[in-house]
Design a protein around this ligand. Structure first.
Ligand SMILES: Cc1cc2nc3c(=O)[nH]c(=O)nc-3n(C[C@H](O)[C@H](O)[C@H](O)COP(=O)(O)OP(=O)(O)OC[C@H]3O[C@@H](n4cnc5c(N)ncnc54)[C@H](O)[C@@H]3O)c2cc1C
Length: 492
């Protein structure tokens, strides 16, 4: 294939992953990354802006919903599990090939726990555990209602808990992870920058996107450090601008950018770095979302590794704020309202009263209210041991599915491609950075179908042996992947 010039907007986890894959598959293509911040991975991918869970459905209960007939549906859990293994294989390959070093700086092993209160939730957890026993990836999971056993898994969860009060149960599975996606993005971009075909421009804010008659994209950006306006020409353009992807997609004026909007939700966590408290919880523990609320309301208590220091995060607590990036502008939300999405957004407002109610309730929560939530996980929590910190932005995608079904909120990551396959934008976030490799592969498959199914297959399979396979159907492959990723990522 002839050499192409690929321009990627944003230097977060998603652009870092896509650029890395392109470099591996087509070493002679020119790659330009444009980033408005002065460093890579400082927005949602930054360690303090997300929970760092390597999402593989080991503990997140929303990936195994209970059907109306009471059975547990495991298909989403299996999908997320396989996607995370794809990411891990790519990262292991980068370590094996010497592109990145010191994996312990971005990924750590941690048991993943699900912890629930109340008979109804215990019944759900027990059914989920039973169902997952037949899926090889989840076979090592343990279930218990025994206070001593849960205390051994997490002393902090059991400290000062009334064991004769509300009933509780938990599952635990080893082999989960905590990931510093910001550091990983930086390592990937640092590795890319060593290549003469790759250039990364920081302090460079993309302001306009226009397609020329030859189908190339003209990208206009302001260099904030120099005050200059720069122009870049892309054969293929990737908008990986996190929360800012929707406004940038609107600038392309392609049909896919119409009747589309974003609902920004900012996150907050309770944060604790007192060593005696942090040491008493060596896991990520996910609960069950309160009945009738959204998956994003799932409370979780996360051990995190931040620049080598161990801390705890609890949350997330959501709030509405008009910025599309943590370091964005209060005008972001209002500026993105256009003639073509006003009806979409109005319909979303009417349809999603529970989301608005939930957001308002969250905004009104005091620190003490947040601590009360935390005390369901950590009964001994004291206010002066925990601080409220602001996390990153989630911009939920809102779009019309048809003229009669307007303003539907889309949960999850969404890849939007132009009809002529010269542009791709990544919208939404959950399950987010964990699935970055699968999402980047989807971008490549959608836009370079011939190469993806042809010349690139051998290299892809070498990097990611489980590509396109449900490893639960091939236990030998599952074990080989565990062995290899554990070895190169230094996990246990
Ligand atoms: C509270 C919270 C908790 C989360 N928890 C998890 C978790 O536990 N596990 C998980 O896997 N995922 C989690 N996520 C999701 C995860 O953080 C994101 O999916 C991921 O970081 C997105 O990466 P990105 O590269 O798309 O975006 P970002 O990291 O936000 O990068 C986008 C980049 O684009 C740049 N940019 C924006 N506009 C412009 C412009 N005009 N010109 C140039 N550059 C621009 C920004 O400066 C930024 O650097 C969480 C997110 C939040 C908010």
């Amino acid at each position: 294939m002839s050499n192409k010039h690929v321009v990627l907007i944003g230097a977060g986890m998603m652009s870092a992953t896509l650029a890395t894959l392109i470099k591996k598959l087509e070493p002679s293509w020119q790659i330009t990354i444009l980033e408005r911040a002065s460093l890579p991975g400082t927005e949602s991918s930054n360690v303090m802006n997300n929970a760092g869970t390597g999402h593989e459905a080991l503990c997140e209960l929303n990936y195994t919903p209970e059907e109306a007939d009471g059975t547990i549906n495991t298909s989403k859990a299996v999908e997320i599990y396989n996607q995370f293994q794809v990411s891990k294989q790519l990262w292991a390959h980068l370590v094996e090939s010497g592109d990145i070093e010191h994996p312990g700086e971005f990924i750590q092993s941690l048991p993943h726990i699900s912890f629930v209160l109340g008979e109804k939730n215990i019944n759900f957890l027990s059914k989920r555990y039973e169902k997952l026993q037949s899926v090889p990836a989840f076979k090592r999971m343990d279930f218990t209602q025994d206070a001593d056993e849960i205390e051994a898994w997490s002393p902090l969860i059991m400290k000062e808990r009334d064991i004769n009060g509300e009933p509780f149960a938990a599952t635990k599975i080893d082999g989960g992870t905590d990931v510093d996606f910001g550091k990983l993005a930086k390592k990937m971009i640092d590795a890319l920058e060593k290549d003469p075909h790759v250039t990364v421009y920081y302090n460079t804010d993309v302001t306009s996107l226009k397609q020329s008659s030859d189908k190339t994209w003209e990208v206009k950006a302001k260099n904030e450090a120099l005050g200059t306006i720069e122009h870049y020409i892309a054969d293929f353009l990737f908008i990986g601008a996190g929360g800012n992807s929707i406004p940038l997609l609107q600038k392309t004026k392609i049909p896919q950018s119409k009747n589309l909007g974003g609902f920004p939700i900012s996150g907050q966590f309770l944060y604790c770095d007192k060593p005696e408290i942090v040491q008493a919880h060596n896991a990520k523990a996910y609960g069950k979302e309160p009945e009738g609320t959204l998956p994003m309301t799932v409370p979780h208590l996360d051990k995190r590794y931040v620049d080598g220091k161990e801390v705890l995060l609890f949350g997330p607590f959501a709030a509405f704020g008009p910025k599309f990036l943590k370091n964005g502008s209060n005008l972001d939300f209002f500026k993105h309202l256009k003639g073509n999405n006003l009806l979409t957004m109005a319909a979303a407002g009417l349809k999603n009263i529970p989301l608005i109610k939930y957001s308002v309730e969250q905004v009104l929560m005091s620190k003490e209210d947040k601590l009360d939530e935390l005390r369901r996980f950590v009964p001994s929590a004291q206010s002066n041991d925990w601080d409220v910190i602001v996390a990153g932005k989630r911009v939920q995608v809102i779009k019309d599915l048809s003229k009669s079904n307007r303003g539907v909120i889309h949960f999850g990551t969404e890849v939007v491609n132009s009809d002529d396959r010269t542009l791709s934008a990544l919208l939404g976030e959950s399950p987010g950075a964990s699935t970055s490799a699968s999402v980047a592969l989807e971008v490549l498959e959608d836009n370079f179908a011939k190469e993806f199914t042809g010349d690139w297959q051998a290299k892809l399979k070498e990097m990611i042996p489980s590509l396109g396979v449900d490893m639960n159907d091939d236990v030998e492959l599952l074990e080989a992947v565990w062995e290899k990723t554990n070895k190169y990522l230094e996990l246990n």
